[in-house]
Ligand binder design. Sequence first.
Ligand code: NDP
Ligand code: BG6
Length: 497
Amino acid sequence: MPELIPVEPFDIIIFGATGDLARSKLFPALFHRWCDGQIPHTSAIIAAAREEMSSEAYMEQAAEHALGPDPSPERQTLWAEFARHVRYMVVDARGAQDKSGGDGGWGALKAALDPDPNKARLFYLALPPSIYGAACGAIGKHGLNTPGSRIILEKPIGHDFHSARQINEAVGAVFSEDQIFRIDHYLGKETVQNLLVLRFANALFEPIWNAGGIDHVQISVAESVGAGSRASYYDLSGALRDMVQNHILQLLCLVAMEPPASLDADAVRAEKLKVLRALRPVTDQSVGTCVVRGQYKAGLIDAAAVPGYAEEIGEDSKTETYVAIRAHIDNWRWAGVPFYLRTGKRMRARRSEIIIQFKPVPHDVIQADAGALQPNRLVIRLQPDEGVKLLLMTKDPGPGGMRLRYVPLNLSYAETFEKDYPDAYERLLMAVVRGNLGLFMRRDEVEAAWRWIDRLIGAWRDGACPLLPYAAGTDGPDKASLLLSRDERDWFDADSV
Ligand code: NDP
Ligand code: BG6
């Protein structure tokens, strides 16, 4: 089978083209697919925003991110070729009229698109979610929603259940559910895709993938960066809404869901939804013992001094930059198995991983002086240094009697596959062109995730869960270890697994 499967010609309009996401992720992703020859040259790529600018000026700015500081002459040639295919257009995504009473650029946009009703037409809303509804209204009003059209919505869809529902209603008034692609870019990561293969293409795990075989699960997404240039958004959001509501709950769903009948989008999404609905609500009574939240203070990362969150954003704030949760899934498969979730900014290192801790063997037949038996552990490293490790007990070879050693079977992506693979946005964009909804969130999933999060936020508002300080460059507030030590467990450290 060819490694690169071409896609049909398509038209893409990126609204919010002057924003951070479009420049730092979307144009680099399109450029990489272009360089690999995956984008047919009859495709139209349109960058749309309100600022007056020529296409040349826009692409000059976009080049900084896509090419990096020192591009080779070959890359520069490819970029010039790609840039000739991109058109920048002044369009007000909200559908507002322009100062001269014009149509805000929508007529010109319509004229620039292929009139073929069945050609894939992608509207990417790289915009604040508060204007998703208005943007969809304008697309509908100007007659741009053809049978081949798809709308791509960035996370977060709203800031709570009600705002998510409002957005979903407004988008749903113009587009049908099978035209709506709600992005969670973690679903496009190679290692996250591999979770499905690991679970459902190996007979090994499934018989023990339940409360009988698994002691607990840890999901950690640590970042060493701070709030950075997105501070105004982040301060209204915080770690729980920014990372847990979407990325971490999606990872939890993929670990915990029942095997779907197939990898058909709705079969997978229906199973994920069941997990979200089975999440035990965090209540006023439980929040103090199952949630820890924190905010970074000044500290050291890689020996460099970094400021605290409040200094970074220039004001005092009650927003959490770290959250750790002990979650439970109340169903037959997972009864009594805790899922420990944590995420934070300005942590010691960037590291995302899922750790499945299996139960100990039922009876120890090895002599006591051989060393302690440790239960098997599966470590799925999402980033960086992508890989999968299965920790096993083995006999230390050689003379000296029976000595036990806990060693990993190590599948390192870098060593095993020896090739680069597309980043998440590249894969997701091509999936939208193909109409593959499986890598995107369905409306009911997003709303179910918000219901659980809203309940949790409601519980911590009462002060039962204080905002704890932690020094940048550490693993978060000390109290986060209590979540596990109370259960006689520990967070696994990257270096110890
Ligand atoms: P920005 O704040 O940079 O805004 C993007 C663009 O939206 C702006 O360039 C602006 O374009 C347009 N815009 C902003 N406010 C309005 C308004 N009131 N009316 C009309 N247009 C407006 O956002 P990002 O690029 O950072 O993010 C875009 C979306 O992607 C957001 O939903 C964000 O949450 C999400 N996201 C972003 C990530 C990132 O890494 N940046 C990661 C994950 C999700 P103009 O005014 O020129 O038309
Ligand atoms: C985004 C969050 O969705 O994911 C950011 O809004 C976060 O705050 C980012 O930094 C992390 O993505 P990745 O792919 O770098 O792990």
